[in-house]
Design a protein around this ligand. Structure first.
Ligand code: CMP
Length: 148
């Protein structure tokens, strides 16, 4: 197979996001979805759901050795989240620009985290860091028949 045809490396123009428990608790679902729409993203899948402790551990397994892992798992499972698959040209990179830096103190003006995040841990939104992870994370939350 030609290396450029490796489907796991193909740009999908999709990313995956979660509106995290801090932002849901604070009533920012509507404000954040509005910024996502204004940013030119199409909603492919959307739901209000809650991660179990086991879900959060699995979702953030890549951070298992980090000192903040326990805190992160507790935070992400403490209340409902909004999970969504989003579509746009260059979705992963453009969405990370729209959400801003992990630490809201470093987030640029006009970003979701600048407006809504409280701290480096409780930072309002998740955005996938690669096309491959976007596909994995989307499949973690949505069945094919929930993608539109
Ligand atoms: P995100 O980048 O979406 O995914 C990893 C998450 O770990 C990050 O958002 C934060 O919620 C959390 N995180 C990263 N760094 C820290 C930290 N220093 N202390 C607490 N939580 C953190």
């Amino acid at each position: 197979m030609h290396p450029n045809l490796d489907i796991t490396k193909m740009a999908t123009n999709r990313t995956f996001t979660m509106i995290k428990p801090d932002a849901v608790e604070a009533g920012h679902i509507g404000g954040i979805l509005n910024m996502i729409n204004e940013g030119g993203f199409r909603i492919v899948s959307l739901k209000l759901t809650q991660l179990t402790v086991a879900d959060a551990k699995a979702f953030y397994a890549v951070h298992a050795e980090r000192p903040f892992y326990g805190e992160l798992v507790e935070f992400m499972s403490r209340g409902p989240i909004v999970a969504a698959i989003l579509e746009k040209d260059n979705a992963v990179e453009d969405f990370r620009k729209l959400i801003g830096a992990t630490n809201p103190a470093d987030a640029a003006e006009g970003t979701i985290r600048k407006r809504y995040a409280k701290s480096i841990g409780e930072n309002a939104v998740h955005g996938s860091d690669s096309d491959e992870n976007a596909a994995i994370e989307g499949a973690f939350h949505f069945a094919g028949r929930e993608e539109f």
